[in-house]
Structures are given as C-alpha cells and as structure tokens.
Design a binder for this molecule. Structure first.
Ligand code: SF4
Length: 421
C-alpha cells in the first residue's frame, strides 16, 4: 500500500528523463532545471570534478539540449531552513507556554519532526498517523524551488501576465525517487496559476543516462557560466569567477545544525553555536553514526535544547517506539529515510566496482562539503528574493507560500503504486 492517491500515482509514473527529452524536442515550453547539491556531488565524484565545474558543465550541456535555465536547489534550501527555524521557535514558545500535545488542529507539540524527506513522510502518513501533527509544516527545498519558479520567476519573466505559468516546465534533479512522489502530491498543484510547482523529477542517475544518450560526457564537456538568478554563489576576482556556497551541516541539508544555531540565539541569546565544529553544544552518537543527539546546555549544565538526527529505517523505527511511549526527549528530530542520509539516496550514481559503498559515500560527502558555507541569512540574494517575493519575514504570504500540511492516510484509501518499506 502507499501514501498517494491514484491520480497522484499517475503523475509519478509520468516523470522520467524520456519525458524531459520529449518536452525539449517539442520546444514549446520554457524549461527550467533545478539541480540538488547532493546530485551535483554524486556526478562530481563520478567524473572527478569540483562542484563548480560540475555545475558549469551541466549548465553548458543542458542548455545545448534546449534547457533555458539551470538553477541550484541550495538556494531554495536556504529559504526552507529559515522557515523551518522560524516554525521551530514558534512551536517551542507555544509548547513552553501551554505544554500542549500536538494534534491535527494544533500542530505545535514537541518534538518537531523534519519534513524534507518524502520517504519518511510517506511512511509516517501511511503507518503512524499519530506522528503527523509533529511534522514540520515548512516546505522542502524542492517544494520551495517549485513555488519560486512557477510564481516568482514567472512574474519576473512576465510569463504570468498572460496566465501561462503552465508554459514553464520545471524539472528537479534529485538524489532519490521519492521526490517524484513529493512533486506529485495534490498540495503542490498551484490553483491560482493552474500549474504544478514541479512538473518532473529525475534522479541523478537518470540525468547521467539522459546525457550519455545524447553523447555528452561530463569529463569531456565545455563549461558555461552558471545562472546566478537563484544560486547560492558569490562572484570573486572582481566578478571574473563564481564561487559556489553551501550550508554547514550534513549532506541531508543541515536542518539540525541550522535550527539549533537559530533557536539558541532567538530563544536563549546564545550566539555562535556551531554543531559541525562541536562549538557550544555536546554531540553524542547514540546507537551508530546514523543516530546522533545534539544538546545545548546552560552554564550550570541544564539542558536547554535537545535535538537528534535519525537516519535510516531501523533508527526511525526506534524513534517511533520512543515517541509512542513518550520517551523521546527531543525538541527537534532531523529524520531521513536513507542510511547516511540524502548523499546515499537510491537515485544517486553507483560507485565504480573497485570502491566499497562506504568509501564511495565518504567521497561524495567530501565533494558535497568541499564548497564553503554561508548562513542563509547572510546570503544577499536569498534575502532580496525573500523580500521581493514574500515581503517581511513571517508575513502571511510567506506562511502561505512556504508551508504545507500532511495527512494520515487510511490503509484502505491507499494506492498499490507505492514506496515499499
Ligand atoms: Fe530521498 Fe533518502 Fe534524502 Fe529521504 S533521505 S530525501 S529518501 S535521498
């Protein structure tokens, strides 16, 4: 059984690189491709490239094939991080005041559970409905990129004025197949613009296949300047060079790290917490590398914030058991379905034969982390787009465009086309 309706499952099946090639050949739409930093790292490790070279070569190759814009999902992730952190602080304050337990109408209990992994969301909705109110309402980076492209970019390009946001075909390149499921959810159909936020998701491996079918090899390919429209990048050398930027934290997006840093500052006035550097917090490996606890304490050793990162199905089951018996002493949990997180998603490129899976993940991870990091609120382009598109922080428009909702799914209402657990 699955967590999507039959109409949604038809949309999942329609998403493929063949479909993208067809749209490019028809040449009737403005095609935008958003590349996730995890996919970029997977391709970079395979072809021995830096993340910037990979992006420049992808930009060249995809534009040769007829794509109009090649964007970077790190950009919308910054907006997702800011929104998740804001939501966490709101929930924490409510919870402190009333000690409420989460319910569907009052989704602000503790812990807040991450929402960026559709594999985990599907599992929670389908199997453990009681967890749904705990799930963060902030949209994932893919979902926010979807709204940005179909709403903000369309306006910028004047496409929307003629009510043709539908003329934009938006493709996301992602490390996993479950992102196709996320893109197909009814919630990501834009009623006003009458278009889907993301029309097609292809995996990192499917992108490589598409390029090879077109006789493009990234190790032997020209480069083009990256599109800086929605990019986490900075111009250096007097504007001659571009420098890509990332976010501190794990290759699953750095949610735990950023929310901890933001909440320490906003709730307790504690600055410069850095989870990656072990600064200001204590980090403990609980069961294995995929179950970590991160705690913020005051000067007397009292726990102020208790977070966890829980990756992989076995560890998730353990978390669910703890939550059922109310023995999960966390305020926030970054939950990811894949062991080792998104860097190891099922849609990533496979390692060469002589390299072990473990060694390969370490290489892709090192590539992912090889870009310098920058806090989302220090990224001028993110802030400018936020203001231009959404107005003030926390505006009604921001809440409307950056948050979504989840639902417990009755077993009998589910569809046979499903993610298997
Ligand atoms: Fe996809 Fe795995 Fe990342 Fe979840 S953890 S978003 S299933 S790659």
């Amino acid at each position: 059984s699955g967590c999507i309706t039959s109409a949604e499952s038809v949309l999942v099946a329609m998403q493929s690189h063949e479909e993208l090639v067809k749209v490019l050949q028809e040449n009737r739409k403005l095609v935008v491709v958003s590349v996730s930093p995890q996919s970029r790292a997977s391709l970079a490790a395979t072809y021995g490239l830096t993340p910037l070279q990979t992006m420049q070569r992808l930009t060249h190759a995809l534009k040769q094939l007829g794509v109009h814009y090649v964007l970077d999902t790190s950009f919308s992730r910054d907006i997702s991080l800011i929104e998740s952190a804001r939501e966490f602080v709101e929930r924490f304050q409510c919870w402190k005041e009333d000690g409420v337990t989460a319910s569907v109408s009052e989704p602000h209990g503790m812990p807040m559970l991450a929402s960026a992994c559709p594999g985990w969301i599907c599992y929670a909705e389908k199997t453990h409905g009681f967890l749904v109110p705990y799930i963060s309402l902030a949209k994932s980076p893919q979902q926010i990129m979807g709204s940005l492209v179909k709403d903000h970019l369309a306006t910028k390009l004047n496409v929307r004025q003629v009510d043709f946001a539908d003329q934009i075909y938006h493709v996301c390149v992602m490390p996993c197949y479950d992102k196709k499921l996320e893109a197909s959810r009814e919630d990501f159909y834009n009623d006003v613009l009458r278009t889907r936020d993301v029309d097609c998701v292809i995996s990192s491996g499917e992108l490589e296949k598409m390029l090879l079918d077109e006789a493009v090899r990234l190790d032997n390919c020209s480069e083009a300047p990256i599109d800086t429209l929605f990019a986490k990048a900075r111009m250096v050398d007097g504007g001659q060079q571009t420098k890509l930027l990332g976010t501190s934290g794990t290759a699953s997006g750095g949610y735990l790290e950023y929310i901890m840093r933001y909440a320490a500052r906003e709730l307790f006035g504690i600055r410069n917490v850095d989870v990656d550097a072990g600064q200001g917090v204590s980090v403990r490996t609980v069961r294995n590398a995929d179950f970590r606890e991160v705690t913020l304490q005051d000067a007397s050793g009292n726990t102020l914030l208790s977070f966890a990162a829980v990756y992989g199905f076995r560890n998730i089951q353990n978390l669910v058991r703890k939550m059922k018996t109310r023995r999960a002493p966390y305020h926030y949990v970054e939950v990811m379905a894949c062991p080792s997180g998104c860097i190891n998603g099922g849609g990533q490129l496979k390692p060469p034969e002589h390299i072990s899976a473990k060694e390969w993940i370490a290489r892709v991870d090192a590539n992912y982390r090889s870009v310098s990091t920058q806090l989302p609120e220090e990224n001028d382009t993110v802030l400018a787009v936020y203001r231009e598109w959404l107005g003030e922080f926390g505006s009604e428009r921001a809440t409307h465009l950056l948050r979504t909702s989840y639902r417990a799914v009755e077993e009998k209402a589910t569809n046979p086309l499903a993610v298997k657990w």
